[in-house]
Design a protein around this ligand. Sequence first.
Ligand code: DX5
Ligand code: ZN
Length: 220
Amino acid sequence: TQPVRIAPSILSADFSRLGAEIEAIDRAGADWIHVDVMDGHFVPNITIGPPVIKGLRPHTAKPFDVHLMISPIDPFLEAFAEAGANTLTVHPEAGPHIHRTVQHIKSLGKRAGVALNPGTPAKMLDYLIDDVDLVLVMSVNPGFGGQKFIESALRKIEAVRKMIDKSGRAIDLEVDGGVDHETAPRCIAAGADALVAGTATFKGGPSQYAANIAALRGQG
Ligand code: DX5
Ligand code: ZN
């Protein structure tokens, strides 16, 4: 098994200097840059869209792991692909045709991810697992950083790990929400191989980013 990938969520970064923040987490050892896109409709918060992603693209060569919390979703996929996303992760509840949406992402040449909200069963993946490149298990209800880790996510990670292993495909299993140095090892033990972390990455400011990321890897 490969070492766990750390994907800092820039939702917890200083938005007045996002370019510099992304360069700092790149230097500090981030594997992916997790970008939370919220529309004030699918989730009760508003963040950023394609122009900001495009503006950030030159600041790092690391993959942009773009988490779309928007509805409708299909009309915007192309704009996010063109802005520089590497993975586009979508919620089944955000549109009427999740299978079509996954195919659409792949037709744009991007990696397709499916996100499972805390109340959404792993079973949702039954007829998608042969097509997705990433499964994102939400361990908080989407909308805000800094929320408490929901324990039932661990059982879901275990269930999804079994589905992925059975599929025989290389599918990333990522966890998002309330991941810190205490919950990270539990997520990894349950079968996760990628961790999103906002608060836990950015706490203490730039001088702490490398230590914060190392702690998430269990190297603290
Ligand atoms: C929540 C977002 C998360 C969030 C994580 O809707 O999808 O990516 O920013 O923040 P922390 O790590 O602070 O829970
Ligand atoms: Zn996210």
